[in-house]
Design a protein around this ligand. Sequence first.
Ligand code: HEM
Ligand code: CU
Length: 444
Amino acid sequence: DKVIGQETAVLTDAPAVPPRITRKHATKVIVNLEVKELEGRLADGVSYTFWTFGGKVPGKFIRIREGDDVEFHLNNHPDNKMPHNIDLHAVTGPGGGAAASLTAPGHSSVFSFKALNPGLYVYHCATAPVAMHVANGMYGLILVEPKAGMSKVDHEFYVMQGDFYTQGKNGEQGLQAFSMAKAIDEKPEYVVFNGAAGALTGDNALKAKKGDTVRLYVGVGGPNLTSSFHVIGEIFDKVNHEGNTASPAKNIQTTMIPAGGAAYMEFKVNVPGTYIMVDHSLTRAFNKGALGMLKVSGDEEKTIYSGKMTDEVYLPEGTSMRNAERSQAQTPSAKTKADRIKLGESIYNNNCAACHQTSGVGVPQAFPPLAKSDYLLNGKAPTIKAVTGGLQGKLMVNGNEYNGVMPAWTLSDEEVANVLTYIYSNWGNNGDEVTPEEVKQHRV
Ligand code: HEM
Ligand code: CU
């Protein structure tokens, strides 16, 4: 299969899907994907700092053909705080591209792969802590069309489910931080399609006309939950389980899509009305957000269905999401050094572990170690300045040179004191305690 010519991939935001591939040969495809960390809506009155492939959750849909040579450019926007990479399940090679694409903010990485296997695949960030990057929205779909191509349908849509772990309870208003503890317990506050509760309801519903054929490309980013994907009032005429392009199953009610997996399904909409897409683990749909709509317009079709569905039947339950009580949680203040170390640990895991790693060992040539770091022996003041004001330029730590950028951290005096006390008390460091008063005195 000769590779002829070159093109740049058209990428789309959900629920749109790039156009069908009509060429009959393999080509070189350039994919440009930009990682952006940005605040957005998770539910009514609830916002979240999403980490995204292309500015939205899920990430941009990528569509290529079996045999294509893909030149992949991963660009990490300079305003971002974290390094990121990408593991595409469509890649044959170590880490699916992860090691080759680890990219610091303000940098761009390039690697290439040959698309050997056709199918619908998930891609996701694989930077430590991986579950956190995925939980923040770093996943999307890549379709590798088989040589014969995909059959023509009237509509193709892109839907991806994800579970979100906020510190506040479901419905608690305002900007919500990520909860590693809830993620580890696999107890999400939100389970949603396309990055937010309501991303596919009301005016955002998918639309078709009576008699149309519809194909849904459905993925599950996770990080944890498997979806029992179902469209209320429809039967899937065909389901390509696990994203395989070879053999569709026929006449399926509910199809299971694992975390880090995908499937696509086709059906003809014979009767007008509103069809509700759900994860049939139903409290996820009606209490946590995993509910979308397909609105089919056209004249009634009484020979197939005599009655009439309306949105109102389901919305009263959907709206219960907004009623959850607000908790009175506030940042606890440490009374003892042991308290400080305990509180500092979660601050560390949420803010620092992505680069310096959970055990403080850093990443060679990119992020210096905090374990047994001789930098920390310069005294508390320079360390407090590094964290509150950021750090860049050449830096020697334990005999190795680093030349990176660490952003300034917007943490309170108490938080900086706790995280630094945690660092000083672990991994062979000198055990110093840092107090909020010291942070106040030295902060930038
Ligand atoms: C350097 C602490 C988060 C990237 C340092 C240093 C300290 C430190 C004390 C001095 C060198 C050393 O002792 O190893 C922290 C703390 C963090 C945090 C307390 C969380 C609040 C991060 C994150 C990143 C990062 C998330 C990646 C985006 C770096 C880099 C350097 C550095 C690149 C070296 C800068 C240079 O080459 O000039 N950090 N860090 N840090 N940190 Fe962090
Ligand atoms: Cu990432």
